[in-house]
Design a binder for this molecule. Sequence first.
Ligand code: AMP
Length: 395
Amino acid sequence: MRVLVINCGSSSLKYAVIDTAERRELLSGLAQRLGSPEASLTIKAGGEKLERALPGAEHAAAMRAAYDDLRARGLADGLAGIGHRVVHGGQLFSASVRIDEQVERGIESCVPLAPLHNPPNLLGIRICRELLPGLPQVAVFDTAFHQSMPAHAYAYAVPWAWYEQHAVRKYGFHGTSHRFVSARARELLGLRPDDHGLVVAHLGNGCSATAVRNGASVDTTMGLTPLEGLVMGTRSGDLDPAIVAFMAERLRVDAAKVVDLLNKQSGLLGVSGVSNDMRAVLAAAEGGNQRARLAIEVFCYRLAKHLAALAVPLGRVDAFVFTGGIGENSAPIRARVVAWLAVLGCRLDPARNAVHGRDSGGRITVDGATCALVVPTNEELAIALDTAALVAGKN
Ligand code: AMP
């Protein structure tokens, strides 16, 4: 089956055409800086890259240009459905769903929980419906996988009315990646579907870790918003919440501004002063930059502490799993984290780690030790597979 996968952001539109039978991407595209004179569309297909200027184009015009290109390549005709990444499904959605009016209203009702993300996600759905009427559309939520968390994991110890009246609780994100990667890790390790415990670390520009017991998320590091938990490219992760009021007073700004700084000017970028990009921070540290070194130490130490904590709901850890741009590609970061996890029986195999576990079924630890594994994520494929299953009526 051929599926169009859409990830519609506030000023960008990312898409891919996936052949689900072959689990292969046929084409991918990215429209950026939408709504500005610099708007452009980049298309990658068959090893070639094409860039087109689309000055002033908004989302609808970009989608039209993308679709015209798909038609010209003969990729539009056989499409079986469209899968949309939707960031927040609140407590309404615990799995991917076919989109109808009621589902759209549900996504709309979650806008207060993700004011920057759900509106462009909805816009993408509406544009596709106009452009490709009659083609089934599916919503795949970042939060859905974590709806299986028990109340003792998702409840914050705050006045209960905050939860009852304002839906304040831990939701978790990156669910599509955690679900895909944990299923793949289970396969690679030959574990039983009804008897396994995995801790998955998704380390991209955003970072989160999840405890997966028997295929279900039982706890995760991100919270009401993606700000909670691990240190990330520009996000602080956990901190003393009193810092928000403290810094608002010091900087003479409101709380929302401080939260914005915690989201956009913190994390690796904040500590290193160099970059939010791990490659650049590693290079600076290599060159002797002390703050870059500290940023890496803070990142790895805090990550290891969270990974160890996520062993608690599992009882038994079959593997710690690394994925995302950093998790899949950075041997030095994995080495530091695995070293901290010695307390839980992990022992790195440096040769396996250097080649990202490619010759050892993903394993980067020595045989007999608690396993650490590298498993590449593929969120587009996961969205396409859900879409294909729902279109075929299998879910
Ligand atoms: P993602 O959001 O999954 O694309 O991941 C982006 C992050 O992965 C950025 O911080 C990149 O610097 C990081 N990354 C990608 N390749 C490498 C690498 N070879 N070594 C270290 N970090 C990497």
